[in-house]
Design a protein. Structure first.
Length: 111
């Protein structure tokens, strides 16, 4: 398995964390949920610092080209990511959680 971490510095963009939350609710969560080989995508943000990003968990490197076909982030933000890193997964631990599933959990989904 592989982890991909993508980060945008939004300080040069007209997009904001708040505007990108609409993108998640209205399009991205559903679109990314259809990608083969993607186990999970978690979006993150820091409004105060103007940071937006995502962490992907992929089955294999062959599947990692798919997200860019459905992603509209570059178009909405106006430029590519500030940072893009790929790592091999060494181990995964799943703890006990109050959430039965993580799909559609998060601030953007609460609006």
């Amino acid at each position: 398995m592989y982890v991909v971490i993508i980060v945008w510095d939004l300080t040069e963009s007209t997009a904001t964390v708040e505007s990108l939350r609409s993108y998640l609710r209205d399009y991205a969560v559903d679109a990314f949920s259809t990608l083969p080989g993607m186990r999970q995508k978690t979006w993150f943000s820091n409004s105060e610092r103007g940071v937006w990003g995502a962490v992907y968990l992929w089955d294999s490197p062959e599947h990692m080209n798919g997200p860019f076909e459905v992603s509209k982030a570059k178009e909405l933000i106006g430029y590519g990511p500030t940072s893009y890193s790929v790592f091999e997964v060494e181990a995964i631990a799943e703890g006990q959680s109050m959430f039965e599933t993580l799909s559609r959990v998060g601030r953007a989904m609460q609006a």
